[in-house]
Structure formats: C-alpha cells, structure tokens
Design a binder for this molecule. Structure first.
Ligand code: 13P
Length: 252
C-alpha cells in the first residue's frame, strides 16, 4: 500500500513572517493527521525558518530547486547537502516553471536528481505535457521522454527513493484541473513505464502525486483514483484552510 503524500509548493510567495506563521499553523493543525506524509516547500531563503517552525511535527520541509554540484564557485546556487543541513527532507526537481521559464533540460534535472539522492534528499520529480502536446495526442510520449531523461541512470535502489509528480502544464495555476480520468490514465502510464524499465514491484511502490489546480473541492475525486497517491499543491497550499481541506479530502 502506498502512503499518500501531500506537499505544498509555495513557489515565490509569502514573506518571512507569513511563511513562519503558515508553517506553525500547519504543524499544529496536522497534529491529529495520520497515515499521510506532509511537506511544505517554501522559497529557499525561508527554508531554515520554516524548518524550525515545523520541527518535531508531522510536516516535513522541501526545497523547490537545487544545484547538482555539492559546493564551489557557483554563485547564487545551493547544493543538496546545504538543503539537508537546514532541515530539508525533499526537493522538487524539474518543475514545469523551471523547465519552461528557467530553461532546465532533462539532462540538468537528471544531474540534480542524482545529486539529491547522493545527499539522502527525496526528489519530487515533475513531469507534464503542454496543452499543444495533449491536443496532438502526444501526452504519453512527452511523459515517457521526460521520465527517461530526468531519471536516466537510476538503479532499482535509487528509483525506490523518488516521488514522481504528474503536473500537466495547462492545469498549473489556471484553475483548469485535469479530470480524475485524465490524470489517472497518465499515472497508470507512468507505472507501465516503470514496470518495463524496472519491475512490477517498483511500479507498484513509487508514489505519483498529481499537481495542477488542486483545491479542496476537487481533491477527493482526484485522490480517490487508484494510481494517484497524493498531490503537489500550488496556490491552495498558501492558505492553511485550503491546504488542510485537501488533506481532509483524503479521508473521503
Ligand atoms: P497550482 O496548484 O497553483 O495549479 O500549482 C500546481 C503546481 O505547480 C505545484 O507544483
């Protein structure tokens, strides 16, 4: 049985006081939540403060990006061990905003995934198609190619450490959520890819989150799909009520 995993991607939002206040409130409200892994991913400058705010609670902390080199002359970059040092357990890699706005390639993402695993961070690796690609019937080809490129060279032991997030680009921040059926089809397709490349056990064990306009109102239907193991939440993770509402939808 895969344990559900709900993570909030705060993106480039909130200030320090708001980030700490939200983290403290989530830590408190999540006290009674069982059977689910929870994480928040604040902007990197607030990681340390947020990690302190949720220390000892059910809420873990993740970063939104990292650099693949461990240290050195890479002005402006942050390495995996540094993230672990300030209390991160997860790191989101290959988010569509990094792929499409910041120009990250599958090769870049792959280097980061391997470096994150090396530092014992759990990468949340994002894949997802553009609307034109979906309209052209190329969704699974795009996903397969992103999966092959971003997860190149991972051993069976390494793949067991990752989380995948399916985030259709057209559903991110648009309010246009994928239907449970559309998302389920891609999640099932991802398991098939893992079964062919690794084995059935790997395919059944890896958690695949859905991301893209998840709200308390649509979460139960999405999370109720057999191959959807949680959510990577953007906008709705910025308010305690809506993030907790999505967590509550798991029980429905
Ligand atoms: P929204 O939930 O705001 O659509 O963002 C999804 C996302 O990109 C999470 O990583």
């Amino acid at each position: 049985m895969r344990r559900p995993f709900i993570a909030g991607n705060w993106k480039m939002n909130l200030d320090r006081a708001a980030a700490v206040a939200l983290a403290q409130r989530l830590a408190k409200e999540a006290e009674s939540v069982e059977g689910v892994d929870l994480a928040v991913c604040p902007p990197s400058v607030y990681l340390d403060a947020v990690a302190r705010a949720v220390a000892g609670s059910n809420v873990a902390v993740g970063a939104q990006n990292m650099y693949h080199e461990p240290k050195g002359a890479y002005t402006g970059e942050i390495g995996a061990a540094m993230l672990a040092d300030v209390g991160c357990r997860y790191v989101i890699l290959g988010h569509s905003e990094r792929r499409h706005i910041l120009g990250e390639s599958d090769t870049d993402i792959n280097k980061k995934v391997l470096a994150a695993l090396e530092a014992a961070l759990t990468p949340i690796i994002c894949v997802g198609e553009l609307i034109e690609q979906r309209r052209a019937g190329a969704t699974m080809d795009v996903i397969a190619s992103q999966f092959a490129g971003s997860l190149a060279g991972l051993s069976t032991e390494q793949i067991a450490q990752v989380v995948i997030a399916y985030e259709p680009v057209w559903a991110i921040g648009t309010g246009e959520v994928a239907t449970p059926d559309q998302a389920e089809k891609v999640h099932l397709g991802l398991r098939k890819i893992m079964q062919v490349r690794y084995n059935e056990q790997v395919a059944q064990a890896i958690r695949i989150q859905y991301g893209g306009s998840v709200e308390p109102e649509n979460a139960a239907d999405l999370l109720g799909q057999p191959n959807i193991d949680g959510a990577l939440v953007g906008g709705a993770s910025l308010k305690a009520e809506s993030f907790m509402g999505i967590i509550a939808a798991l029980a429905k």
